[in-house]
Ligand binder design. Structure first.
Ligand code: TXA
Ligand code: MG
Length: 339
């Protein structure tokens, strides 16, 4: 299977597949999604089966606009209203108490539903065309990778991951953001950040005019929702991956070389390091780094190395989403990783 250029014909075919309960590879500005009709529990079950994802993990419902989102929630609250107006379409997922008709297949049996309006023009065209064709206009779409593995940011990654098991992947180019959406839980007393992403807690707090809590600070007593991105091991390559502080990288590499190990390195271009079998330059800008992150992990994972060494990126709030993904990738990496 090859990815399709998103012509009107390809979009029409994607809509037909969605209506038939099939799944489609959909580009978004964050990562590619594996999309199925959110109103069809059978289609959602197909997504879970393809991904090999445990059934109690909820999936995000993608909609074309705020009006479509309203059908999936108990009530559009003032907080939800403000955030949709400011950040949609865009990389922000909102967790809300769900409307009565939302299936357990979507929510993993939880009382909440995750909603997002992606800004990628191909995703928006697909959602609109699906609504116009009389479909639900909403697609459930987890990242288009097998459970626990590295997320896809190119159409070719989705093809590599699923081959002919996914009948159509719309090619929307390289994802502009590169890491998954920021997830904000609005189902509790206070807004809680569940997954860091390109939209930062300060941006959310400024829009809401109130504090956004870090999960580490959530009061015990309220059950924590299940977020698969919150598993310690996730986003992981099969080659063991190690994050190394800048000051130690040269000596770690030297040791590896002394042992005859074949090593891949991702570090800033100016880092003065001993030679490695494979070396890629790490961007110094956080947005650029995020954009290249998953493609680089995938590339280094196929370089037949015994280890991937990544220089720890800078600190600072703009890097939180990147540290989050890299940390989990390191924990989950290796041949026995969640495959
Ligand atoms: O950027 C993104 O969000 C991408 C693109 C495709 O839109 N999607 C994505 O989906 O990252 P996925 O399934 O790989 O991750 C969705 C995360 C999971 O960690 C899931 O547990 C959480 O969202 N989630 C979904 N619904 C939830 C809910 N009702 N309560 C808590 N967490 C929820
Ligand atoms: Mg994912």
């Amino acid at each position: 299977m090859v990815a399709a250029v998103p012509t009107p014909q390809a979009l029409a075919q994607a809509v037909e597949l969605l209506q038939a309960g099939e799944v489609v590879g959909m580009p978004t500005e964050t990562v590619y999604g594996l999309a199925g009709n959110a109103a069809s529990p059978a289609a959602v079950a197909r997504i879970f089966a393809l991904k090999g994802r445990p059934l109690n993990h909820p999936v995000i419902v993608h909609v074309a606009d705020a009006e479509a989102a309203a059908r999936w929630v108990q009530e559009v609250t003032p907080r939800m209203q403000k955030l949709m107006a400011r950040f949609w379409p865009g990389p922000l997922t909102l967790i809300m108490p769900r409307a009565a008709q939302v299936s357990d297949a979507i929510t993993g049996g939880q009382a909440t539903v995750g909603l997002r309006c992606p800004s990628h023009p191909v995703a928006l065209s697909l959602l609109r065309a699906f609504a116009q064709a009389g479909g639900s206009g909403a697609v459930a779409a987890p990242s288009a990778n097998r459970f626990g593995r590295v997320s896809p940011t190119r159409a070719s990654h989705v093809v590599d991951e699923f081959g002919s098991a996914v009948p159509l992947v719309l090619d929307g180019g390289s994802c502009e953001v590169g890491i998954e959406s920021t997830i904000l839980d609005l189902s509790r007393d206070a807004p809680v950040l569940l997954r860091p992403g390109a939209i930062l807690p300060d941006d959310l707090a400024a829009c809401l005019g109130e504090e956004v809590l870090d999960p580490a600070r959530v009061v015990v007593g309220q059950p924590a929702p299940r977020v698969s991105g919150a598993l310690a091991a996730h986003y992981a390559p099969r080659t063991p991956l190690q994050l190394v502080p800048a000051a130690e990288l040269a000596s770690v590499l030297e040791q590896a070389r002394a042992q005859g190990e074949r090593v891949a390195v991702w570090a800033p271009a100016q880092a003065n390091l001993p030679a490695a079998a494979v070396r890629r330059d790490a961007p110094e800008d956080a947005a650029e780094y995020a954009r290249e992150l998953y493609a680089t992990l995938r590339e280094l994972d196929t370089a037949q190395c015994q280890r991937i060494l990544i220089q720890e990126p800078p600190q600072g709030v703009a890097w939180h989403g990147i540290h989050d993904r890299l940390g989990r990738a390191a924990v989950g990496s290796g041949p026995a990783a969640l495959s």
